[in-house]
Design a protein around this ligand. Sequence first.
Ligand code: ADP
Length: 434
Amino acid sequence: MNQDWRGPLIRRLLLLIGACLLVGLITGEYAWALVIGLAGYLGWHLKQLLRLHTWLRTREDNQPPPEGYGLWGEVFDSIYHLQRRDQKARARLQAVIDRVQESTAALKDAVIMLDRDGNLEWWNLAAEKLLGLKTLQDGGQPIINLVRDPRFIEYFERSNYLEPLELPSPINARRRLQFHITQYGNREHLMLVRDITRLHQLEQMRKDFVANVSHELRTPLTVIAGYLETLLDNVDEVNPRWLRALQQMQQQGGRMQNLLNDLLLLAKLEATDYPSDNLPVAVDLLLLSIKNDAQALSAERGHRISLEADPHLKLKGSEAELRSAFSNLVFNAVKYTPNEGHISIRWWADEHGAHLAVEDSGLGIEAKHLPRLTERFYRVDSSRASNTGGTGLGLAIVKHVLLRHRARLDIDSTLGKGSTFTCHFPGTQLVRRS
Ligand code: ADP
């Protein structure tokens, strides 16, 4: 097949020229003999070329190549061989595509491919069931025309797909879907959609259970705390040996009440995605009142608390929720900073949005704890917390409130030197007062 044809070709040509010259010698017409011989040779090549062309044009019928001679025979065979190899490769690729399509069609999760502008390119069967996509009408349509929930549009356009998004299904509000987008190639999107209705129901049951238990425990606890207070008020009539026990019972009762209040607040925060209020809150005044409360909490521990707040910046949201988040951060700074330590509260805006930073010169937190600090009941060390009477829910509340205000929490801390908790709010949540 890979024979070198140059030698034989030259030999044949020389032979032809030799034969022509011989005929020329016999006839005495060298020129004519050469012209006729070479023209015949050229004609033969043209004929082979024509056969090749005819065969290539009819090659869809998978016809074998025509019988060829010499180099042309080899050209025919090589092209035929290449064609067969190409056909086999194509068949193999088609089989792979068919298998991928069959397996994605069998998936319970929806798989949707979108181009860089978010137009539908391809989707599997589950996408039709979960999102109601229709093969004939919807190809090439923008996905935001088909999933019209404003939260999806905001999520899709923000192009930050680290966290998945949960939404009710656009065709059945009782089903809950989780959307996960990955960008690949030339900024195309691969969107996976899972039906998480069952998981959502279980989560809802857990939340309802915690909320109900907290609510039910509140009344008996209030009664017990009330009687304890009465007993302590009339301590002279009580056996003095009981005094310390009663005081401890009252202290622990107070802790339980704080815990229940925090659990109920968290349950309330989890019940909806956005705060009920969306009014401009004067953060400077809010921080001033929190600073006064923190000074009272510090009392004789003598912390120096400073406040720098831009009075022209208001924040859209719920004042009650923001108070609870900001006071958790400031009270934590008081709780975890030794006597006479310094705490600074700053509220300012720049081109990235508005920021609230609470900085303390306290105990600090080891880096390994930072990622888990906002989990419920996560404590850096239990002895620290039992002295301060914390519930372990403070930072979980902060995280939830911030999420509801489209903000995020940054924690920066060095053990033994102090910590800075910074809340970053996007510019869209701001109102500037002239
Ligand atoms: P707690 O009610 O126990 O204070 P939080 O959720 O508010 O619970 O805080 C979680 C843990 O984070 C605390 O137990 C504490 O160890 C640590 N922590 C929070 N704020 C600070 C701070 N300013 N300095 C040092 N440690 C802190």
